[in-house]
Design a binder for this molecule. Structure first.
Ligand code: NAD
Length: 276
């Protein structure tokens, strides 16, 4: 089976660099999709309470028979559960749905910066880590100013910051802040949900290596050192997105994809997104 590289996080733990994401996977298709991913060789699953499919992830894990210590499971805290008691209860609820005693990584899903309740949530995550309910803690959609506030108030540095990154939105300011704090960057919507498959440098590299645009983009993220978890419910694409270890993009190909950055989001802007 393919050996997926791991990334060493700032708390010493290791995370498989390529995983499987389940946002927008309907609850009744999640068990099948995750089971297919695990059969294919993925060992890192990215879900969230708000995706409403943690039970399906848990069912696939239970059915797989894969030893727990060979799996890496991430879930996320929703904004409505930021208050101290709410955060601890939210992780308990997620663990119950996943059928796990602990997750590997627990993330604050969005900063929702209109108030600064994410700082209260961060302190609760620090306690949850100390209690062994999650091996690592991190954040998602945090801008540099939110990382600065966590650094001022917290006693643990986030292990990761999961942000939208793909060829059309490369978030260099955020990635620089992550690097400054020793926070690993996880790329969400790494394929821009298909929006960049027709970009010429991606088509050229796909042609040169006899692979698909999706495989080129996954390879670009891997070679740039980011952690990613593309999503699909189509079995052939689940396999295709994992079959990315037989070729290398050249420096020129990587740089041509770097040059596609045009500040084009597929999702919300964390500066102004304040869901409740
Ligand atoms: P993605 O960039 O992984 O794109 C997924 C879509 O691309 C699929 O629905 C399909 O339409 C297409 N696709 C996938 N593989 C393909 C292939 N081989 N060929 C052709 N088309 C293909 O987008 P995503 O699902 O938004 O992001 C991936 C994961 O990131 C999510 O599942 C979730 O785990 C995470 N995420 C996190 C946040 C956050 O706020 N933290 C937000 C969005 C996504």
């Amino acid at each position: 089976m393919t050996a997926v590289p791991t990334v060493r996080l700032n708390d010493g733990s290791a995370i498989p660099q390529l995983g499987f994401g389940v946002w927008q996977v309907p609850a009744d298709q999640t068990e099948e999709a995750v089971a297919k991913a695990l059969e294919t060789g993925y060992r890192h699953i990215d879900t969230a309470a708000v995706y409403r499919n943690e039970e399906g992830v848990g069912a696939a894990i239970a059915r797989s028979g894969i030893p727990r210590d060979e799996l890496y499971v991430t879930t996320k805290l929703w904004v409505s559960d930021f208050k101290q008691g709410g955060t601890k209860q939210a992780l308990e609820t997620s663990l119950g749905k996943l059928g796990l005693d602990a997750v590997d990584l627990y993330l604050i899903h969005w900063p929702a910066p209109a108030d600064e309740l994410y700082l209260e949530a961060w302190k609760a995550l620090e306690e949850l880590r100390a209690e062994g309910k999650t091996r690592s803690i991190g954040v998602s959609n945090f801008l540099p100013e939110h990382l600065d506030r966590v650094a001022e108030v917290g006693s643990v540095t986030p292990a990761v910051n999961q942000v939208e990154v793909h060829p059309a939105l490369q978030q260099r300011r955020v990635q620089d802040a992550n690097n400054k704090y020793g926070v690993a960057t996880q790329a969400w919507s790494p394929l821009a949900q298909g929006a960049v498959f027709g970009d010429q440098p991606i088509l050229d590299a796909a042609h040169a290596h006899g692979v698909t645009p999706a495989q080129v983009i996954i390879r670009w993220h891997l070679q740039r050192g980011r952690i990613l978890f593309p999503k699909s419910v189509t079995p052939s694409r689940i396999e295709e997105n994992f079959d990315v270890f037989g070729f290398d993009l050249s420096d020129a190909e990587l740089e041509a994809i770097d040059a596609l950055d045009r500040n084009e989001r597929t999702g919300a802007d964390p500066a102004t997104f304040n869901p409740s």
